[in-house]
Design a protein around this ligand. Structure first.
Ligand SMILES: Cc1cc2nc3c(=O)[nH]c(=O)nc-3n(C[C@H](O)[C@H](O)[C@H](O)COP(=O)(O)OP(=O)(O)OC[C@H]3O[C@@H](n4cnc5c(N)ncnc54)[C@H](O)[C@@H]3O)c2cc1C
Length: 446
């Protein structure tokens, strides 16, 4: 592959970490490779199969589950050189894109064609399409149009054998086979390396109009979320930010903040006339019980609010230098109960916990604030975060809404029903009998 495309040992040490660094984790590897084509990925994976070396597909390393954090003895397969847009078909709302393109560049490339890739997971400058697919990422704008899975009609996947599988393709409908495209979405590197995808995009919205409302307490905020769900419009995004998360990011809040508040953010996107009409209806739904409702009108103010929302997670990290984060999802109608349970666990443990997330999807990011240089405090924070697993379990939800199982939740995932575990293992074992594709992630061992 050429000298610049191989690092043995790994020279760029950032390849050994992902966002679990904020909870004090780091990995090791035999080496790293930077293939420039699907053929090169296939050659690398075939070499791994022959040599019995585990491989770790790596995107931008922005995952919170340790999925891209390698174990000693493994080979990192980084997709950074595979960034081509293979095809753009604006009239069909379609693009075919290589997996190493960053999410930001994908948004830009789609916009250049008059198209829209709606999912906007918060680390778009770094995260890559392959990582977005492998975690079935979401973000605020997945509420109306769905997570990344809804945008993928086909994937090119290098199987652990080194064979190249094309599942699905450009057609928007396809039931010729089992849904192998869907299987790849959320596979976290356990089925091989995704090298490209066919994307079903949307027309680029003329405007994206946010509205933010702040409430005196959580109860009023949750009631407002329910009012939006009942208002007859489907917001593009429906988010919440609790009092601690709001306080952490208050210094950069571009509007007029009400202290100690629970915030709800809703967005409407589309042709201007339709989006404005929808936003008015949503604002009406947000108003009862609100201390303030704010719907900025200029594009600059709207972007400022969006950037602020993107910055909530880093702002929470900055409070103490680290956070141990949990990402879970519950049915929307159990969201209030979920937040009450988190509050009780925080109080009982004396931990400082900040919550925000994608309210419409019942997706909560609950973070225990911690000084990551303090090992004992980190272990205590992890115990508190582990206690949060009881919340989705009790409320009929999922241990992870969008960040994945990775390595950090694989022990908790072992508590899934045995039949479900066995079915997953059967799939992975069939495609990866030697267990070389990102082992120890996602699927608990037998
Ligand atoms: C500030 C911040 C905010 C975030 N907000 C959101 C959010 O709102 N919603 C959300 O869903 N996520 C969010 N995330 C998490 C993260 O951005 C997403 O999970 C993202 O999709 C990961 O992409 P990545 O390229 O960085 O993947 P990585 O971290 O590199 O990898 C993640 C997993 O995918 C696998 N993988 C990566 N590339 C491939 C490939 N080509 N083929 C096969 N497997 C692959 C890896 O092996 C690993 O298991 C946020 C992260 C940060 C830091």
């Amino acid at each position: 592959m050429g000298a610049g495309a191989v690092q043995v040992p790994v020279a760029d040490r950032s390849l050994l970490r992902d966002m679990t660094e904020t909870r004090g984790l780091g990995g090791d590897a035999l080496g790293a490779v930077f293939p420039g084509s699907t053929d090169e990925v296939a050659a690398v994976v075939r070499w791994c199969a022959t040599a019995g070396v585990p491989f770790v597909p790596r995107g931008g390393g922005t995952g919170y589950a340790g999925g891209a954090m390698p174990d000693a003895g493994s080979l990192v397969v980084a997709l950074t050189r595979m960034t081509r847009v293979r095809e753009a078909a604006p009239l069909a709302w379609r693009m075919t894109v290589e997996a190493g393109l960053t999410t930001r560049r994908l948004h830009q490339a789609a916009a250049g064609e008059g198209l829209w890739f709606a999912p906007n997971p918060g680390a778009a400058e770094q995260s890559q399409l392959g990582g977005n697919i492998a975690t079935n990422a979401g973000g605020p704008r997945s509420f109306r149009h769905g997570t990344v899975r809804s945008f993928v009609t086909g994937v090119e996947l290098v199987l652990p054998s080194g064979e190249v599988l094309i599942a699905g393709g450009a057609a928007r409908k396809n039931v010729e086979t089992l849904d192998l495209t869907g299987l790849a979405c959320g596979s976290e590197g356990t089925l091989g390396v995704i090298t490209a995808a066919w994307l079903r995009l949307l027309p680029r919205p003329e405007v994206i109009l946010p509205a933010i409302a702040v409430y005196p307490d959580r109860g009023a905020g949750v009631a407002a979320l329910e009012a939006v769900m009942a208002c007859g419009c489907v917001p593009t995004a429906l988010e919440f930010v609790d009092d601690r998360a709001f306080a952490a990011a208050a210094a950069t809040y571009p509007r007029h903040a009400a202290a100690g508040s629970f915030a709800v953010i809703a967005e409407s996107a589309g042709p201007a006339a339709i989006a404005r009409a929808e936003r008015d209806i949503i604002v009406e739904a947000l108003t009862p019980g609100a201390a303030a409702v704010d719907a900025p009108d200029s594009p600059g103010e709207q972007r400022a609010l969006e950037s602020w929302r993107d910055g909530v997670s880093p702002a929470v990290v900055a409070v103490r230098g680290g956070k141990v984060s949990e990402d879970f999802a519950v049915p929307f109608d159990r969201l209030g109960e979920a937040l009450d349970m988190i509050e009780r666990i925080a109080q009982e443990s004396g931990a400082e916990v900040a919550c925000w997330g994608h309210a419409g999807d019942g997706n909560v990011h609950a973070s225990v604030l911690v000084d990551r240089a303090d090992r004992a405090a980190l272990r205590r924070a992890e115990a508190v975060a582990d206690a949060f697993h009881a919340v989705p379990r009790a409320l009929g939800g999922s241990l992870t809404g969008e960040h994945g199982i990775g390595v950090v939740k694989v022990a908790a995932a072992a508590e899934l029903p045995p039949v479900l575990l066995a079915a997953q293992r059967a799939v992975v074992d069939a495609l990866d009998p030697a267990g070389l594709a990102n082992p120890g992630r996602k699927i608990p061992p037998a």
